[in-house]
Design a protein around this ligand. Sequence first.
Ligand code: SAH
Ligand code: SF4
Ligand code: F3S
Length: 475
Amino acid sequence: MAEELLAEERQGEATLVEAQSDLSNGKKLYLESYGCQMNFSDSEIVASIMTKAGYQTTRNSDEADVVLINTCSIRDNAEQRVRNRLTQFQKDKRNNPDKVIGILGCMAERLKSQLLEEEQLVDLVAGPDAYRELPGLVSEVESGQKAVNVLLSREETYAEIAPVRLDSNGISAFISIMRGCDNMCSFCVVPFTRGRERSRDPESIVAEAKDLFDKGYREVTLLGQNVDSYRWNENKKGEIIDPAKETVNFAQLLEKVALVHPDLRIRFSTSHPKDMTDEVLHTMAKYENICEYIHLPVQSGNSDVLKRMNRGYTREWYFNRIEAINRIMPNCGISTDIIAGFCGETEEEHKDTLSLMEELRYDFAYMFYYSERPKTLAARKYEDSVSLEDKKRRLNEIIDLQMVHSLESNKRAVGKTHKVLIEGFSKRSKEQYCGRNTQNVMIVFPKTEHKPGDYVHVKVTDCTSATLIGEVIDA
Ligand code: SAH
Ligand code: SF4
Ligand code: F3S
């Protein structure tokens, strides 16, 4: 189940963060994050807002005056983990009754005041578009009131807030380029928790990338739930909003960020198969510093299932998009997300997912079994008919196959030389560096005189299904 664990790591890892404040109010904030990269990126905005209000962050929840948990609702187990954590914090609160415990993010938005009023697990609830109000909400709690703000916005992008980089290696950073999602995939809770899709001002994105480069960062990942529908100054019908301003689509934004500096690597996530254009692929091919790696979630290999999922494409369309990637960038790394056991999925339909995988041989995949989410289209329209036993078995078949493909993909990299951005020491040893190649595969190699942030050429000599092992061949 190694791959499933990996998936859960990305979707559910808790991270503790620390940041300093210039104008201290003497109070300490403990911030813990779950869920997707966008949530981690949001936590950096929260840290920025709170440190401006005078808080100093701490990694020790015991000494915190305010505990904020930024949460995820994507699957039921993600929510269960947060509930357990909140119960723990409530126990700790017995020693310090003045401590404020708040919930942020997608679970806050989905459950609104339920965790505060009915379950009494928290003192404060703030949805993803309410973070500017956090200092005020904490003050309300301190004066004995209940504090809830779960209003979703059509405009909020936190564009001008400079995120406080948390738990950063100083080399790679996330930049949110849009918020929300208008897609309504039938299984997905995100449109309910994040609200309508909106794009962030390209100037502020480019400025943030420049600032990061000046501070020594060498890689940025542009984040959105569907980056291909990024559109600045253009409405959904393609009409220009303000004729005095330029219009910018995702391919054009990529180009602007790529031009910040040739030594700044650009990555992005997530692409949507129905919207990914050849223009984006050509822009990727044109700039060496835009990484040759695309995460293109397929979810299922069967067109009927895709229709029930409301994904907006068929198996054939997806194959066409992969063909375009391979044609325009023959060395592009490709990864995916797959859901096993969606409503009504038959054994035949499941086999279509396996056969799609066999044909495409992904380099990497995040794999899940379907978890019904309240209020979604699927929950209202379709029966969650596949038994847990079958879901787990199908997921295991998918994981086993992907393990074979990941190992195969890594074996192909052995014997070749890769340009690697050094991110820091490997997890295991201070004698080893680690960094990624353009295809996003982690490579571990013996430390040299180079520093994190340097590019080196690494010859790969060996591999596991998750990592490449090599040595620097630069002079
Ligand atoms: N915006 C991204 C995905 C965000 S959620 C996209 O459209 O690709 C990340 C992944 O979680 C999804 O790709 C999907 O594979 C999985 N996921 C979402 N809802 C789920 C659910 N109800 N049950 C199981 N997996 C789910
Ligand atoms: Fe969810 Fe679909 Fe939007 Fe992705 S594109 S966040 S899966 S609704
Ligand atoms: Fe989870 Fe919300 Fe992200 S539901 S995956 S934290 S957008």
